[in-house]
Design a protein around this ligand. Structure first.
Ligand SMILES: C[S@@+](CC[C@H](N)C(=O)[O-])C[C@H]1O[C@@H](n2cnc3c(N)ncnc32)[C@H](O)[C@@H]1O
Length: 186
């Protein structure tokens, strides 16, 4: 049966999102390192088992914070377990969202939505909510897999982001993915 584009990646497949092959192909420090400074507040939207949350928790240092957001408790539990082992728990806020509402109260310096926007049923409200939590000089990186998300689908997301008050900063290049870096319109 064809996979619906908004189908959520189940927690039973968490291992596919955090393993040595992925670390070779997608070094999280190389992907997000240039956008993050020590002491910042970061939001990892659809964090899954925390492939990026853990790296970002190291990058923000002791004074920074990563808000790791997911709709699946099980994904957050996997991340909590890993971050405990790495001594990073104090830098991470584990936040359970609803599919149609993030429910965050903080303003952030950087937000990441890696392989998640295609799973969100109402992309318009999602992008409006994310935009409302970006600091004026904040940045928002969206990365989507080419094998799930067509060019026209991605362009549609970009259009919705523009109508949510975001503008394109750059188009980071990744072999297997479509990506855009956004910021609030000044
Ligand atoms: C394909 S996984 C990617 C996980 C992680 N970003 C990574 O790259 O390893 C997508 C994740 O987004 C979460 N998700 C889907 N819809 C969501 C929503 N509306 N709000 C928050 N998280 C969501 C899923 O539960 C899943 O853990």
């Amino acid at each position: 049966m064809e996979k619906k584009s908004t189908e959520v990646c189940p927690y039973q497949r968490a291992w596919t999102l955090d393993n040595w092959i992925r670390k070779l192909l997608q070094n999280p420090y190389k992907i997000v390192g240039e956008y993050i400074k020590e002491g910042q507040v970061i939001m990892d939207l659809g964090c899954g088992p925390g492939f990026f949350s853990l790296a970002m928790a190291k990058l923000v240092g002791e004074k920074g914070k990563v808000i790791s957001v997911d709709i699946q408790d099980e994904m957050l539990q996997i991340l909590r377990h890993k971050s405990e082992l790495k001594g990073l728990n104090s830098r991470i806020i584990f936040h359970k969202a609803q599919p149609g509402k993030l429910g965050i109260s903080e303003m952030v310096d950087f937000a990441l939505a890696f392989y998640m926007v295609h799973e969100v049923p109402d992309k318009k409200s999602f992008l409006i909510e994310v935009a409302s939590h970006l600091k004026p000089d904040g940045r928002f990186l969206i990365v989507e897999p080419k094998f799930h998300v067509s060019k026209s689908n991605f362009d549609n997301t970009l259009e919705l982001a523009r109508s949510a008050g975001l503008e394109q900063v750059s188009e980071p290049k990744f072999s297997f993915d479509r990506a855009v870096l956004l910021k609030p319109v000044s």
